[in-house]
Structures are given as structure tokens and as C-alpha cells.
Write a new protein. Structure first.
Length: 96
């Protein structure tokens, strides 16, 4: 995959550990603190400069959403294509 500056999908990220814990953290978020995963998607949110980021762990079998500010992005690592999990929208009624 060709690296494109500013593109997060496919990048390796580490969840910040230590320091003050964000308000939204739950037991699910805490289990991944300090872990490294791969960005699967970026969800536009407010504030715009701190979007929600869908991060996959354990080859994409575990997923959690984090704010960008709570991630350390490895911009040096080679990007990889995230594992696909079926057809887009397949979980929606009428989807195939």
C-alpha cells in the first residue's frame, strides 16, 4: 500500500496508557490501554480535530472506538489494508 500523509486507515496505533483517563473510557477501553492495533476507519465527529477512530486488535477480531487524541500513531510503520468483515451494510435490514 502506498503511504499517503494524513491518512490514518491502515496505520498502526498504540492506545495511550497512564495519565488521566478520558471520561468515555469503559472496561473495554481499559483492556486495550497500552496495546497496539490497526486503524480500520475514522468517523467524523465533534470536535473535528479529535474524531472517533475505529481500532482493530488481534487481527481485527476485537474492535473499539477511541478519540484520536488518545492514540499514538506510528507514522513510520508500513500501512496495511485492514481486514474486511463482510459486505458493507450487511448488518442492516435488506442488506446482502
Amino acid at each position: 500500500m502506498i503511504d499517503r500523509p494524513g491518512v490514518l486507515v491502515g496505520k498502526s496505533v498504540t492506545i495511550r496508557a497512564g495519565g488521566p483517563e478520558p471520561e468515555y473510557f469503559t472496561a473495554v477501553h481499559r483492556q486495550f490501554a497500552g496495546s497496539t492495533g490497526r486503524v480500520h476507519a475514522v468517523v467524523p465527529a465533534e470536535p473535528r480535530e479529535n474524531p472517533l477512530v475505529k481500532v482493530g486488535f488481534e487481527d481485527g477480531t476485537k474492535i473499539a472506538f477511541f478519540r484520536l487524541a488518545d492514540l499514538i500513531v506510528d507514522r513510520e510503520a508500513e500501512s496495511a489494508t485492514p481486514v474486511k468483515h463482510g459486505k458493507r451494510g450487511s448488518h442492516l435490514p435488506g442488506g446482502s
